[in-house]
Design a protein around this ligand. Structure first.
Ligand code: PA5
Length: 477
C-alpha cells in the first residue's frame, strides 16, 4: 500500500488555512466582521451552486485531472523511465502556464541544488531546465551547458502557436537536425492541444511523441495535466502522490458550505478585502522550496481575476495585484512597507510544520551576547520564530494576513496546495462575477507582436500599430 492510500497519513498531511488575522476581532477596523460573512451568505450560496453546475457542465475540466488520467500517468511514467536511461538533460520550452507549474513543483519537491548534483544523487534522473523566455542570451548560453545530443526537449504550448515557444522550438529543431539528422525527432516531445494550433500538426507530420492538454484545461490550470506531470516524473517526483493530494483537496474544497471549505473561505475573505480596497495580494512563503509557488500563484491570480468586463459585459476593472515575497529574505526588503505603508494588502504566509531537515546553530563567540544567544537553537526554530514574529508585527500594525500551513513539503501536500489555490481562484471569480478562465487582455500584446514580425493575416493590426501616437523626444532624456 502506498502512503497516500492510508487514511490516517492523509489526515496527518492535511494542509490548513488559518484566517484569524483577517478578522476584525484581531486587526480591528481594517479586518472583516463576522456579520459581513453572514450578510454575504446568499451570494456565497449562488457562487457555490455555480461551481457545482459549471463543473457538471464540463466548464472546469481541470477539476477532473486528479481522477481521469490513469492511462496517461502510466504512459508518462514509462516515457520518463526511458528518458532517464538515455538523456542527461530535460529542457522544457514554454511560457506562462506552460512553464510556471513545472518550475514551482521542481523547486518544491527536489533537492535545492538538483541540477548541480551528480547524476547518481539525482536518482539517475536528468537535469531540468525550464526556458520560459526569449531572451537571446539565455537561449544561446543554454547551449554552452547542455549537449543537445544528450537532451530531451519538451515543447509545451496549449494554443500550439505561442510565438515565444515556437521561436524556441525552431531554434532547437534546427540545432538538433544539424547534429543528428532525421533522428532529431527522438529528442522532442510535444505537449499541446489535441486538435488546435500548429504544433499538433507539426508533431503529427514529424512523428514526435505527443501529450495532450485536455480540452477545457487552460494554461494556468494545467499543472496537474501532462504539462507538469511529465517534467516532474522525469525528475523522479511521485506524480501519483501529487494527484492523490489534489484529489484529497478536491473532497475538502467541494463542500458547498464556505465555513467548512477552506478554499471558498479563502476566496470569500479576499473578495471582501478587495471590496475594502485591499488591492494587493502578497504571497510570502517561509520555505525556500515554495518560493516559485508564489510565481505560479501570481499568474493564476492575476490572469484569472484581472478583468475589464463582468459576465454581463459591464466594465468593472477588477483584480488584485499579486506580489511575490520570500520569508525571511524579504523581511529585510519589503516588510517595512507591509507594516507601515498603505492599508492596501493581504499577506498570505506559506509555512511548513516540519522542514525536510534540521540544522543546528553551533556555539561560538560567547563574549558577544547578540550572537551567542543563537547557539543551541536550530535554523528551523529561527525561521519559525521569524515567521511568527512577522505575523505578529503585521497583526500589531492591523494588517490583514492569513497562513497556509503544510505539515511538510511532499508530493501529496503540493498536490493539495495547487488544487486549493486553483479552487480559491475559481470561487473568487464566481464572487466577482467575472470569467476567471479567459485572458483577453493578453491577446492585444500577442497580436501586436505578430503584426510587428509580419505574420500573415495581421496586416491591419500592423497599420493600426504604425498609426499609434509617435513618442515625443521631449519626454526622453
Ligand atoms: O494561462 C494561460 O492560458 C496563459 O498564461 C498561457 O499559459 C500562456 O499564454 C502560454 O500559452 P500557450 O500554452 O498556449 O503557449
Amino acid at each position: 500500500m502506498k502512503r497516500f492510500q492510508d487514511k490516517k497519513w492523509k489526515e496527518e498531511m492535511k494542509i490548513t488555512f488559518d484566517y484569524n488575522h483577517m478578522m476584525s476581532e484581531f486587526v480591528g477596523d481594517e479586518g472583516i466582521e463576522w456579520s459581513q460573512l453572514e450578510a454575504l451568505e446568499p451570494t456565497l450560496k449562488k457562487a457555490s451552486l455555480a461551481m457545482i453546475e459549471k463543473r457538471k457542465a464540463g466548464q472546469m475540466r481541470w477539476r477532473e485531472l486528479p481522477y481521469n488520467q490513469e492511462e496517461i500517468v502510466r504512459d508518462i511514467l514509462d516515457t520518463a523511465s526511458g528518458i532517464k536511461d538515455r538523456f542527461d538533460n530535460f529542457v522544457v520550452l514554454g511560457i506562462g502556464g506552460s512553464a510556471l507549474g513545472p518550475i514551482a513543483v521542481q523547486q518544491a519537491l527536489n533537492h535545492m541544488f538538483y541540477n548541480e548534483l551528480p547524476k547518481e544523487q539525482r536518482g539517475g534522473c536528468p537535469r531540468l531546465y525550464v526556458i520560459d523566455n526569449v531572451d537571446p542570451q539565455r537561449m544561446k548560453e543554454l547551449f554552452d551547458i547542455i549537449d543537445v545530443e544528450k537532451t530531451m526537449f519538451n515543447v509545451i504550448t496549449k494554443s500550439g502557436s505561442t510565438s515565444e515557444t515556437m521561436a524556441q522550438f525552431l531554434i532547437v529543431t534546427r540545432l538538433l537536425k544539424e547534429k543528428m539528422g532525421d533522428s532529431y525527432r527522438d529528442h522532442i516531445i510535444a505537449t499541446t492541444d489535441q486538435e488546435k494550433g500548429s504544433l499538433i500538426q507539426i508533431a503529427r507530420d514529424e512523428g514526435f511523441k505527443t501529450y495532450y492538454i485536455p480540452e477545457g484545461v487552460g494554461g494556468r490550470f494545467s499543472e496537474l495535466s501532462p504539462v507538469g506531470l511529465l517534467a516532474a516524473a522525469v525528475c523522479g517526483i511521485d506524480i501519483e502522490e501529487m494527484l492523490a493530494g489534489a484529489a484529497y483537496m478536491d473532497e475538502i474544497a467541494s463542500q458547498p458550505d464556505p465555513y467548512k471549505n477552506p478554499a471558498y473561505m479563502a476566496a470569500t475573505l479576499q473578495y471582501l478585502a478587495m471590496k475594502a480596497g485591499k488591492n494587493i495580494s502578497v504571497m510570502m512563503p517561509y520555505v525556500d522550496s515554495l518560493k516559485y509557488m508564489a510565481d505560479w500563484y501570481a499568474q493564476l491570480w492575476a490572469e484569472s481575476l484581472g478583468k475589464r468586463y463582468d459576465l454581463e459585459g459591464n466594465e468593472v476593472f477588477v483584480g488584485q495585484t499579486p506580489v511575490k515575497a520570500l520569508g525571511v529574505t524579504d523581511q529585510h526588503s519589503q516588510v517595512q512597507l507591509y507594516t507601515e505603508g498603505p492599508f492596501d494588502k493581504v499577506i498570505t504566509f506559506l509555512g511548513v510544520k516540519e522542514y525536510k531537515c534540521k540544522v543546528e546553530i553551533p556555539k561560538g563567540f560567547e563574549n558577544h551576547p547578540a550572537v551567542s544567544f543563537l547557539a543551541g537553537h536550530t535554523l528551523n526554530e529561527l525561521i519559525h520564530a521569524e515567521q511568527m514574529a512577522t505575523e505578529y508585527a503585521l497583526l500589531k500594525a492591523k494588517r490583514l494576513n492569513r497562513t497556509i500551513t503544510l505539515p511538510e513539503v511532499n508530493p501529496f501536500t503540493i498536490g493539495q496546495l495547487l488544487y486549493f489555490l486553483e479552487v480559491e481562484t475559481a470561487f473568487a471569480g464566481e464572487l466577482m462575477g467575472i470569467d476567471a478562465f479567459d485572458q483577453p487582455g493578453v491577446e492585444e500584446g500577442k497580436n501586436a507582436t505578430y503584426a510587428l514580425l509580419g505574420r500573415p493575416g495581421y496586416e491591419e493590426k500592423k497599420e493600426e500599430l504604425d498609426s499609434r501616437p509617435k513618442k515625443n523626444s521631449k519626454y526622453i532624456l
